[in-house]
Design a protein around this ligand. Structure first.
Ligand code: HEM
Length: 488
């Protein structure tokens, strides 16, 4: 009996010990490996998420960020979209290798527009090489040539304005930028002879990229059919230009020429179809983004006497130093104008949402010290439009204050990398940023030196419905040509 009792006691003790050890293990080990998944947005999983998302992703972020913090998940159909908002949690988004976070799946909808064999239609190794072609085509020595063309285009365009009048600045800058992009990127043949045909085709490509195209890029709707026809015609036009350039052994100073001359690591040259696709990608990346930013810059300058005077003063100083010369190096000296553009772009980044697809689990730590594990399979999103206005990074974030980037404040740097993300950053940061600044500076240099301008319509609102988010409605400006003596 005693023996049985002893065995029972031993078994009991063993059980208690096992439970204790298990508890200890669970206290020290399990919580570390247990998934601390991000909070999920409340609402019906399918419809609720969709309705909130369609109402506008930024409105949704404004509601959810104060409640859920900088990391949270939205369930949309069968997808989980996890938002990482702010530099403390978004570093992985920008720095992760393609094997961990990729663009290919989430940006697939561009394939029918850009065409086969380029960018998101090819493996990462090929895409990397194609981005190298972009990098080479946008090097300083090339930019110097583009700037001369930008300046010439601006002079030509504004010479058609009368001595005084009223214009829709948004429309004017859109047109000037298409002309400039045609000259610098697509080349002399298109700019001089085929401009109307090619811009009509680009218009069809543009109109073929709708919000519905993101989910169903091949849906047989009229806009997609027109897009596909336009893409085919553009391929024919560029094939003939490329052949004629190759046959005549002529070399030009545009991006088209850079892409024709580009070579893959194995020595292979680019095909005509690839050159066409890369040019379309360049135009899609750079055209609306730059024209929208030029318009916002103008709207803010014309409403802020302090900064309008400051940029005019800077122009005066540079004219005293360099005379009428406007080239790459003179534009590079325009720090005040640079900050004014950068601030307009902080408040109004045209690409409001950046996406990746996650292929491996990862963890992030918020600035409050909370850790979250994000499982592979999620779509990962960050938002320049929301993150650029975080009040712990940017003082009085809704105010137009270009001095926040001045030496001594540098609010875009003090909180660390990825605080200011209008151009993205890290592994896939914008390759056209210097080109964009030069183009916008060239336009505003011409306007500031040659015209007195006044905004006559109310300060514009944001057009949240556009794929590339821009300015809603017209931006009416009254202009008066300055006397030539003012320029001296
Ligand atoms: C104000 C003007 C512009 C803005 C706001 C802008 C914004 C951006 C952003 C946010 C990204 C990152 C996308 C992501 O991470 O998913 C990006 C990438 C890119 N941009 Fe721009 N962009 C501008 C002008 C241009 C121009 C003028 C060009 C070329 C002529 C250009 C070429 C590119 C390219 C090639 C990439 C892809 C880089 C990569 O994935 O490695 N952009 N841009």
């Amino acid at each position: 009996m005693m023996e049985i009792d002893g065995r029972v006691l031993n078994t009991g003790l063993l059980l208690v010990a096992t439970i204790l050890v298990a508890k200890l293990i669970s206290a020290f080990i399990v919580p570390k490996s247990r998934k601390r998944v991000p909070p999920v947005m409340k609402g019906w999983p399918v419809i609720g998420g969709l309705v909130r998302f369609l109402k506008g992703p930024i409105f949704m972020l404004r509601e959810e960020y104060p409640k859920l913090g900088s990391v949270f998940t939205l369930k949309l159909f069968h997808k989980n979209i996890t938002f990482l908002i702010g530099p403390e949690v978004s570093a992985h988004f920008f720095k992760a290798p393609e094997t961990d976070l990729s663009q290919q799946e989430v940006y697939q909808f561009n394939v029918p527009t850009f065409g086969p064999g380029v960018v998101f239609d090819v493996d990462y190794s090929v895409r990397q090489e194609q981005f190298r072609f972009f990098t080479e085509a946008l090097r300083v020595n090339k930019l110097k040539g583009y700037v001369n063309q930008m300046v010439a285009e601006a002079e030509d365009y504004f010479s058609k304005w009368g001595p005084s009048g009223e214009v829709d600045l948004k429309y004017e800058l859109e047109h000037l930028i298409i002309l400039t992009a045609s000259r610098c990127l697509l080349g002399r043949e298109v700019r001089d002879k085929l401009f109307d045909d090619v811009s009509a085709l680009f218009h069809d490509l543009d109109n073929g990229m709708l919000p519905i195209s993101v989910l169903f890029p091949y849906l047989p709707i009229p806009a997609h059919k027109r897009r596909d026809q336009a893409r085919k015609k553009l391929a024919e036009i560029f094939a003939s230009i490329i052949t004629s350039r190759k046959n005549s052994n002529k070399s030009e100073d545009d991006m088209l020429q850079c892409f024709i001359d580009s070579k893959y690591k194995d020595g292979r040259s680019t095909t005509e179809a690839e050159v066409t696709g890369l040019l379309i990608a360049a135009l899609f990346a750079g055209q609306h983004t730059s024209s929208i930013t030029s318009t916002w810059t103008g709207a803010y300058l014309l409403c802020n006497n302090k900064y309008l005077s400051a940029v005019q003063e800077e122009q005066k100083m540079l004219m005293e130093k360099h005379g009428d010369r406007v080239d790459h190096d003179v534009l590079a000296e325009m720090d005040v104008l640079y900050r004014c553009i950068k601030e307009a772009l902080r408040l109004h980044p045209p690409l409001i949402m950046l996406l990746r697809s996650s292929h491996s689990d990862f963890s992030v730590t918020t600035r409050e010290g909370k850790e979250y594990d994000i499982p592979k399979g999620h779509i990962i999103a960050t938002s320049p439009a929301f993150a650029n206005r975080l009040s712990h990074i940017f003082k009085d974030p809704d105010r137009y204050d270009p001095d926040r980037f001045s030496v001594g404040r540098e609010e875009d740097k003090v909180a660390g990398a990825f605080s200011y993300i209008s151009f993205g950053g890290g592994r896939h940061g914008c390759l056209g940023e210097p080109f964009a600044y030069l183009q916008i500076k060239a336009i505003w240099t011409h306007l500031l030196r040659n015209f007195e301008l006044e905004l006559v319509s109310p300060f514009p609102e944001i057009d949240w419905n556009a794929m590339v988010v821009g300015v809603k409605g017209k931006v009416m400006v009254r202009y008066k040509r300055r006397e030539p003596s003012v320029n001296q």
